[in-house]
Design a protein around this ligand. Structure first.
Ligand code: SF4
Length: 322
């Protein structure tokens, strides 16, 4: 296994209350696999990805759970091990490049730093010329022209699409093995979202990387991943090979999510899913989807559903299948 997450609980505490966001998440992936995570905004997808790199905000708590990357226990590892993993093994593309890139440094300074620390962590002290060479190749890889202008720009001087390409270039430098892509097209003009996703898809394939893609674009998750997880309110609802998940969804939430996705082949607008995500300060005791589920039974409100293994490629957490 490349990555194995088991029973992961993540809470956010404030002075007044605790928000219980992740509620026992599991995820497994092998080397070379491409995994999709789908679910509504606020389901804990970003928290899950940040947990893998242990870059959660300071007010977070992990009361239970394990994250194993190869044979490293991420949650018990010290800063030196984590820094090495972040520099040369796992890279992350963040949702909002404007927030992820430092606004007071030029692209050149930020890109050069990532390259320098990656090479240092590999035991090589690079010269300025070498770093620049790597930076130019990184910009070429993400099809960014006009290198000098890009490198000399501050993030706000670039368009949203260019910023995201810079972000992808930086993430790929660190992603020797695994790329985490968190809603990589959320803040980008709709006309270039497709280009960005295809760029990520091509680079992942060319480099033989493993990848986790979190996206609202269900069509892209369907095209780009081998296996998918459905996350709702901090719980994994269903896991299956991507083809099986989209062709034969079993969990009521997955079925509703897929049927709510807008389709250009019809004039109908999906009805969406009634209700909203629960309040993480006092989430439902049993199935977190129960208040919105058309099939909810009495048991669903008090007992958390267990994982039911349907077949070797399909797991569902719902009382209907126990
Ligand atoms: Fe619906 Fe119950 Fe299944 Fe939850 S466990 S999805 S409430 S049927």
């Amino acid at each position: 296994m490349l990555l194995e997450i088991e029973d992961l609980h993540v809470h956010y505490k404030s002075y007044w209350y605790v928000q219980k966001v992740l509620n026992g998440v599991w995820l497994r992936m092998s080397e070379g696999e491409r995994v999709g995570i789908i679910g509504e905004t606020g389901s804990g997808k970003t928290t899950l990805l940040k947990s893998v790199l242990k870059i959660l905000p300071q007010n977070s708590l992990i009361p239970r759970g394990t994250i194993k990357y190869k044979d490293v226990d991420i949650l018990k590892s010290g800063e030196a091990t984590l820094a090495s993993i972040r520099r040369k093994e796992i890279g992350m593309i963040f949702q909002d490049p404007m927030a992820a890139l430092n606004p007071v440094f030029k692209v050149k300074d930020q890109l050069h730093d990532v390259i320098k620390y990656k090479l240092l962590s590999e035991g090589h002290n690079p010269s300025k010329e070498e770093i620049r060479g790597h930076a130019l190749r990184a910009l070429d890889d993400v099809k960014l022209p006009d290198h000098d202008r890009v490198l000399e720009s501050y993030p706000f001087q670039l368009s949203g699409g260019m910023r995201q390409r810079v972000m992808i270039a930086m993430a790929l430098i660190s992603a020797g093995k695994l790329l985490l892509a968190d809603e990589p097209t959320t803040n980008i003009d709709v006309t270039i979202q497709d280009q960005i996703l295809r760029l990520i898809d091509r680079l992942v394939k060319e480099r033989g990387l493993s990848a986790i893609l979190v996206s609202h674009a269900l069509g892209m998750v369907r095209q780009m991943t081998d296996r998918s997880y459905v996350l709702y309110a901090g719980d994994v609802m269903e896991e299956a090979s991507t083809d099986e998940l989209f062709n034969h969804p079993m969990h009521p939430y997955t079925s509703l999510l897929i049927s709510s996705a807008p389709k250009i082949s019809t004039r109908d607008i999906g009805e969406g899913i009634r209700g909203k995500l629960p309040d993480y300060r006092s989430p439902p005791q049993g199935c977190r989807f129960a208040p919105r589920c058309p099939y909810a039974m009495e048991k669903c409100y008090t007992v958390k559903p267990k994982r039911t293994i349907v077949n070797s490629a399909h797991i569902v957490a719902c009382h209907l299948y126990e």
